[in-house]
Design a protein around this ligand. Structure first.
Ligand code: F6P
Length: 325
């Protein structure tokens, strides 16, 4: 099929992330430049199973480069995990004359892409997830924007924290990965971070905060990853029962982190990944994911990307601790 594709499809899948729209735009326009038609599949694998396809012309993706979320919408689908669901998905693609597919999404979405590849369907993946938990890329589409939202929240919380001599505990998303919390802690100047990859004792948090207070700090900040075993409520309860100097308040940032217009970095990353994924697919490559390797967009097999764990580098964890003193 290499070089002979006339019609491909694109979907965004899993949790939305800022930059998915510029990625869709890049796929549609780079395919059009090669004379290839693009269909958007609405609501990811759910839309695939339902046959919810729409033709996307270069004009249909005008004015979306700056928009957060995804114009194609997204979903988390369980039926596609079954062999029957996958066979139905293949039928839908064939019914619509689709010859290749680009899947932009996180871990579960890339597994779906791999399943189609194993059934012989040409697929290329692109990592889109705020969590930055995907193996085979330095950065996923959406991470930079999410981090900017987090540090903006930290900066704002610090204003009120220092006015009241308080310690704020801020919970951030990231599923089982502590990347956003670690980088947020470093970039926002937090006193401590709590992440799934690293065990933290309540007593150590109490000691750190009390020392910060005795040193004359007017505020303190702790960033807690949602997936850490130590939960924000337990930390707050412990701190309230111990004399640390600061009053304690909690904020859970939640889905705020997933929204907002994509940063310059995410627009560029998404655009480069969208173009590269399209070029690879049209050149007959399948079963691969595009990834940021150094400054270049490279590839890794979907098998490798989905069967390996990406951990937060211990260098960053140590840096966060050292700079908090
Ligand atoms: O994977 C992205 C993410 O935002 C995680 O950080 C979070 O744990 C999860 O999705 C939330 O999922 P949902 O939007 O389905 O509640």
């Amino acid at each position: 099929m290499a070089g002979s594709m006339r019609r491909i499809a694109v979907m965004t899948s899993g949790g939305d992330s800022p930059g998915m729209n510029p990625a869709i735009r890049a796929v549609v326009r780079s395919a059009a430049a090669a004379g290839v038609e693009v269909f958007g599949i609405r609501q990811a694998f759910s839309g695939l199973l339902a046959g919810d396809f729409e033709r996307l012309s270069p004009r249909d993706v005008s004015g979306i480069i700056q928009r957060g979320g995804t114009i194609l919408q997204t979903a988390r689908n369980v039926e596609f995990r079954t062999p029957q669901g996958q066979a139905r998905g293949m039928r839908r693609l064939n019914e619509h004359g689709i010859e290749g597919l680009i899947v932009i999404g996180g871990d579960g979405s890339l597994r779906g892409a791999l399943a189609l590849h194993k059934l012989g369907f040409p697929v290329v993946g692109a990592p889109g997830s705020i969590d930055n938990d995907i193996y085979g890329t330095n950065m996923c589409i959406g991470v930079d924007t999410a981090l900017n939202t987090i540090i903006d929240a930290i900066d704002k919380l610090r204003d009120t924290a220092s006015s009241h001599e308080r310690c704020f505990l801020l919970e951030v998303m990231g599923r089982n990965c502590g990347y956003l919390a670690t980088m947020g802690g470093i970039l926002g100047g937090a006193e401590f971070i709590v992440i799934p990859e690293h065990e933290t004792q309540l007593e150590d948090i109490g000691k750190t905060l009390h020392e910060a207070y005795l040193k004359g700090k007017s505020h303190a900040m702790g960033i807690i990853a949602e997936g850490a075993s130590l939960k924000i409520n337990d930390i707050a309860t412990f701190l309230e029962q111990h004399e640390i100097g600061f009053e304690v308040r909690m904020t859970v940032l939640g889905h705020v982190v997933r929204g907002g217009k994509p940063s310059a970095f995410d627009r560029l990353l998404a655009t480069r990944m969208g173009v590269k994924a399209t070029q690879l697919l049209l050149a007959g490559e399948t079963g691969v994911m595009v990834g940021l390797h150094g400054r270049e967009i490279g590839t890794v097999s979907l098998e490798e990307a989905t069967s390996n764990q990406r951990d937060v580098s211990s260098e960053y964890i140590e840096m966060a601790e050292m700079l908090a003193k």
